[in-house]
Design a protein around this ligand. Structure first.
Ligand SMILES: O=C(O)C1=C[C@@H](OP(=O)(O)O)[C@@H](O)[C@H](O)C1
Ligand SMILES: C=C(OP(=O)(O)O)C(=O)O
Length: 414
């Protein structure tokens, strides 16, 4: 498939888009609901990653394939390990089999889990035989992926004496750990996170509880970019709250610097994005170690605006759906950008023009497709394999159309 994108009637007036539930919140709540069935979840994400996790939770014996879903892979590894009598081979896409999981597996093995590598040590697929885990103190490296930590936290209530987790090294993607902590607290599980120690109490049951998943801030980033790149545009997005559990709400401050104003409407649970007349800086600098998923969006916005940027704290990008730093460099260079990358940062120079007739490759990464799409406001664009967006945002192309971009999705194989 290919997506041909072109600016439509733009700007549109009164655009209102309902973005689906956060996949991060949804996948945590599903693991908790598997332990405490009296939790009710509303506005659950419809993303592939959530569907993969949901399917996985129905299986006790056999093979589970989570495809590209990092959270499903990590959270289910911990969950199956702690469920007595489960016997699962847990696998994923080719890329998933290249994404490291050794830190989590070692921590679980230390706690008594029965996990073996089916192929390469340190990587999926895994063979897991569930049992009661009792060792309730564990130390693990915290600078590679916060998902390993959230995975342990989510099964901590199943341990007879709860769990104490000690974090080694500089903790990465901290807001995701805080999100896990908040959700545990919201269902009544006692938990704390101070400095490098997380403590979570055991819980056999919790009070009945209905939790409404907030919409996905990472998905909102593409509309922030669209507004930033347009001359004059206003978009309302639902349903979002000021007191979000999602670290990517940092978009509000980051895009303020890129000329986008956010107004929260607490009653309607919406945000309205509009263009400010503020003079743009020549270059911006952000450390994104708390918000890795919006790095691609920000880099593309800066390129489209013709301003430079220095983005640091990007050490986790190499082990995501693709090597995102390399993918960004290759695709932005096609468009005429000059940029340097190293293992944890990206420096983009101010660009004077955007090359036309460029075809963007997506490398099986939903965020490559979605981060480049808003550039269509500036120049017509083609994006290969647009179907990748379903990993986190199945309605992305429909919603982009609502926002005034003509999206023609078809198979151009002829
Ligand atoms: O816990 C989560 O829901 C996530 C944590 C982050 O991963 P890392 O902790 O690996 O950076 C983020 O990139 C991912 O999209 C979702
Ligand atoms: C990195 C991501 O997801 P995951 O690690 O859960 O596959 C993402 O959605 O950008």
């Amino acid at each position: 498939m290919k997506a041909k994108l072109k600016r439509g009637k733009f700007p549109l007036e009164h655009v209102k888009i309902n973005i689906g539930g956060s996949k991060s919140e949804s996948n945590r709540l599903l693991i908790l609901q598997a332990q405490f069935p009296n939790i009710t979840i509303q506005n659950l994400s419809e993303s592939d990653d959530t569907i993969a996790l949901k399917k996985g939770l129905k299986i006790k014996n056999g093979t589970v394939d989570v495809h590209h879903a990092g959270t499903a892979m990590r959270f289910l590894t911990a969950y199956y390990s702690a469920c007595q009598n489960y016997k699962i081979t847990l696998t994923g896409s080719t890329r998933m089999r290249e994404r490291p999981i050794g830190i989590l597996v070692e921590a679980l093995q230390f706690m008594g889990a029965n996990i073996a590598y089916c192929k390469q040590e340190g990587f999926p697929p895994l063979m897991i035989e569930g049992k009661n885990l009792t060792t309730n103190q564990v130390t693990l490296k915290a600078n590679v992926s916060s998902q390993y930590i959230s995975a342990l936290m989510l099964v901590a209530p199943m341990f007879p004496d709860g769990l104490q987790i000690y974090l080694e090294g500089k903790v990465t993607s901290v807001p995701y750990i805080e999100m896990t902590l908040s959700l545990l607290k919201s269902i009544g599980v006692k938990s704390s996170f101070t400095e490098n120690t997380i403590v979570i109490s055991a819980a056999k049951d919790v009070e009945s509880n209905t939790i409404v998943v907030e919409s996905d801030w990472s998905s909102a980033s593409y509309f922030y970019s669209l507004v930033a790149l347009s001359e004059n545009c206003q978009i309302t997005l639902g349903s979002f709250i000021e007191d979000s559990l999602q670290g990517d709400k940092a978009l509000v401050q980051i895009y303020e610097a890129l000329g986008v104003k956010t107004v929260f409407n607490a009653f309607e649970r919406t945000i309205s994005l509009s263009k400010t007349n503020n003079k743009l800086p020549k270059t911006i600098q952000f450390n994104l170690s708390n918000t890795p998923d919006i790095a691609q969006t920000i880099a593309v916005t800066c390129f489209g605006l013709g301003i430079g940027c220095k983005l640091t704290g990007l050490h986790t990008l190499k082990i995501k759906e693709t090597d995102r730093l390399q993918a960004l460099k290759t695709e932005l260079e096609k468009l005429g950008a000059t940029l340097q990358i190293d293992d944890s940062s990206l420096v983009l120079e101010k660009a004077a023009r955007i090359n036309t007739n460029v075809i963007i490759e997506t490398y099986q990464d939903h965020r490559m497709a979605m981060a480049f799409a808003p550039l269509a406001v500036k120049t017509p664009l083609e994006i290969n394999n647009p179907e990748v967006v379903s990993k986190s945002y199945p309605n992305f192309w429909k919603d982009l159309k609502l926002a005034g971009i003509n999206c023609f999705l078809s198979d151009f194989s002829e």
